[in-house]
Design a protein around this ligand. Structure first.
Ligand code: HQG
Length: 176
């Protein structure tokens, strides 16, 4: 990996914080941040931002049509409404977590913790990657169909992440 790539990855990680968790910035209600603020105050060039948006492995970010605003598509802790479309989930969804969280999840269900939603994946593989971030990974199998039939709402971000407010433990079919 060359230095330019390393720099871009570093800038990409910082962007995740600046667009999802930065409590010092006054985001608009739909989670948009001024591109000019990132350029003037956080060391980004427009070209760099374009490259991050374009090459980000999970397509996490998007520009407004006129390219003056930028936002993350999901994953926020700050209270914004990124206009997530509501969707009917597949029968089964997966939640990747770490072994050491499982007992607590058994008792309390899957909570959104610091984020606005619980994040769910439609493949075991992507759930495993999410879980690995926290330690020895475990993939929980969720009866999303039953949740949906019982009135629980699901949303799907434009980069394919399934989101819901809470997963009651009775909907967890398998604990890995
Ligand atoms: C766990 C990344 C104990 C939960 C990923 C998770 C994802 C509980 C952790 C996205 C619990 C929260 C979100 C309970 C939930 N007791 N632990 N009752 N309920 N937990 O990072 O889902 O790469 O906030 O299982 O790929 O890991 O940044 O959520 O382990 O899509 O785009 O508490 O973040 O996306 O951790 O990750 P997180 P997450 P990006």
């Amino acid at each position: 990996m060359d230095c330019t790539n390393t720099q871009l990855i570093k800038q990409g990680k910082k962007l995740s914080y600046l667009l999802r968790h930065d409590t010092h910035y006054a985001f608009d209600e739909h989670g948009w941040r001024e591109v000019s603020d990132l350029v003037a105050n956080h060391g980004y060039s427009l070209e760099e931002l374009c490259e991050i948006v374009e090459t980000n492995n999970k397509k996490r970010y998007e520009f407004s049509e006129d390219m003056t605003l930028i936002r993350a598509r999901q994953g926020h802790s700050i209270p914004v409404d990124v206009e997530l479309p509501e969707a009917i989930p597949p029968d089964i969804l997966y939640h990747g977590t770490a072994k050491h969280f499982v007992e607590s999840i058994r008792e309390q269900g899957i909570q959104r913790m610091c984020r606005l939603y619980v994040h769910l994946s439609d493949t075991i593989d992507s759930a495993l990657k999410v879980g690995e971030r926290h330690g020895s990974p475990v993939v929980l199998e969720i009866n999303a169909r039953r949740m949906s039939e019982e009135g629980v709402r699901f949303f799907r971000s434009r980069n394919g992440v399934w989101l819901t407010a809470f997963v009651d433990a009775r909907y967890i079919i398998s604990f890995g």
